[in-house]
Design a protein around this ligand. Structure first.
Ligand SMILES: *Cc1c(COP(=O)(O)O)cnc(C)c1O
Length: 226
């Protein structure tokens, strides 16, 4: 099942990129393996998946210690400062940076690990109450400026979650606003490359709007039992 899901999703990404005049090579497929066993991650790996996403720090730590393959981990959730050490140890990419306090902690841990941590700022692009992320432009600029001046952080892009709705126009608006924000910030002298947006239900829309990283869980592994 996992292998046919992966093939189907890869093919749909290829077709969507072609329709949108984009190169499929510029879209990373991140298989969000949260709650799923190591055996299924290895199954996806055998089918060519390299990028895996987790959203719990200890779960990421444990899976990283168990799996000795060249996988690239992405932490895609909200992170508490006291768990930053697990994420920095394991993850190549952190998709949820939303405060200077957290950036300070991640930088400290990255220095200890002797690495430069790739981070994406989480931006709130919908009016839903529950979502994490930054909205205020001056806060976003302050955080990016902090990262730029910190030798252990590499702020490579922006991440968002679309609103939970069937209304395609609201989802598109959310993705589009992330792309426009990235352009605006780059005009101010930042060098953001990545747009992490799109999940199982909306990744094709996200690709139309410029996503360079799509985070797909249920579409690959099936539904989750919490
Ligand atoms: C769980 C999760 C995903 C994947 O969601 P699916 O709907 O299963 O594809 C993507 N991004 C984040 C931040 C998540 O927590």
């Amino acid at each position: 099942m996992i292998s046919s899901n992966i093939n189907r999703i890869r093919e749909s990404i290829r077709v969507k990129c072609e329709q949108s005049g984009r190169d499929p090579e510029e879209v990373k497929l991140i298989a969000v393996s949260k709650t799923k066993p190591v055996s299924e991650i290895l199954d996806a790996f055998e089918n060519g998946i390299i990028h895996f996403g987790e959203n719990k720090a200890q779960e990421l730590r444990d899976k990283n210690e168990t799996i000795n393959k060249e996988v690239s981990w992405h932490f895609v959730g909200h992170l508490q400062k006291n768990k930053a050490k697990y994420v920095v140890k394991a993850a190549e990419y952190f998709h949820g940076l939303d405060s200077i306090a957290l950036a300070v902690e991640i930088s400290k841990r990255a220095k200890q690990e002797g690495k430069i941590q790739k981070v994406l700022l989480e931006i709130k692009t919908s009016d839903e109450e529950s979502k994490f992320g930054l909205e205020d432009k001056s806060e976003i600029i302050d955080l990016l400026t902090y990262c730029k001046n910190d030798e252990y952080l590499d702020s490579i892009g922006l991440m968002t979650m679309a609103p939970y709705t069937d209304d395609e126009s609201r989802i598109r608006k959310s993705f589009r606003s992330l792309r426009m924000l990235k352009n605006e910030l780059n005009d101010l002298g930042f060098t953001l490359r990545e747009l992490s947006m799109g999940m199982t239900s909306d990744y094709l829309l996200a690709i139309e709007e410029g996503a360079t990283m799509v985070r797909i869980g249920t579409g690959i592994f099936g539904s989750r039992n919490y």
